[in-house]
Design a protein around this ligand. Structure first.
Ligand SMILES: [Zn+2]
Length: 265
């Protein structure tokens, strides 16, 4: 499988910051999957998926709805947080946790609310990535590149060539609106900008000159827009991985006959 998918973790970004990212995609005729953290996110033709925050500290959902914390077990807490996030994007069939948090109990919770794929494992710049079964009826579409990881690990020189986009395998690219907006060049610059997280004008003043996440993102979009085969939505990767058949008990099931992941079952 060789497919490229652009994904954006919305991360409670200001609407103006998010609109900047959407506009850069739209002007090039590219589509992306947006993992949504909060209500009211309008990304037009793009796909919306879920980006729940399962951490207890610094959690805006739990601050707004403290009654969620009154549940008596961890799984019930996961269920409440996942359901509350699904209410923001009822059509979503995909999920990526904030901080890529995962534990096995989340498999059943996710399936129960209609999630069909996750994009939660991170295998940076690994060739030949494929969808992976993580439970009957649920697959993971691994992340190939993440902008924040690139900053914290100084993994590349922020040049498109370093991403080795011509190698085989699934390539799920993960970007963050604020990192793009400020053209982040270092973790220190990003952390400094966080005090103005919801103030686009101040973020603009914090925008770095020279090569950064924004220049990488825009050059990557230019490259992908010039190719005859365009990036796919993760929903489409899920659909092309499996033939969906009706389940006797209702809800989708997986027929692995058309699956590149069948050998992993
Ligand atoms: Zn996140």
């Amino acid at each position: 499988m060789t497919q490229i998918a652009i994904t954006i973790d919305v991360e409670w970004a200001h609407p103006e910051v998010l609109a900047y990212v959407v506009n850069e995609l739209d002007t090039r005729g590219l589509r992306a999957t947006f993992f949504c953290t909060h209500a009211g996110i309008d990304v037009g033709q793009h796909e919306r998926a879920l980006h729940p925050n399962y951490r207890r500290q610094g959690n805006s959902l739990l601050r707004e709805r403290p009654e969620i914390l009154s549940v008596d077990c961890e799984l019930a807490l996961y269920e409440q947080i996942t359901s509350a996030t699904k209410a923001f994007c009822p059509e979503a069939i995909g999920l990526r946790s904030h901080h890529l948090f995962w534990e096995t109990g989340l498999t059943a919770v996710s399936k129960r609310i209609g999630i069909r794929y996750t994009s939660n494992s991170f295998q940076p710049l690994i060739r030949d990535l494929k969808p992976t079964m993580i439970g009957r009826g649920l697959i993971d579409l691994p992340i190939y590149y993440m902008d924040h990881w690139d900053l914290t690990d100084s993994a590349t020189s922020l040049q498109v060539a370093d991403l080795r986009m011509d190698t085989a395998g699934l390539k799920v690219l993960d970007f963050h609106p604020n990192l793009i907006y400020i053209n982040a060049r270092s973790e220190a610059q990003y952390l400094e900008s966080k005090q103005h997280y919801h103030e686009p004008e101040k973020l603009l003043r914090n925008r770095a000159y020279g090569r950064g996440i924004q220049t990488l993102f825009l050059e990557l979009l230019d490259l992908l827009a010039a190719r005859p085969v365009k990036p796919v939505l993760l929903r489409e990767t899920y659909e092309s991985t499996f033939a969906i058949t009706p389940h006797a008990g209702g809800g989708p099931n997986c027929d692995f006959t058309n699956s590149s992941a069948s050998s992993l079952v």
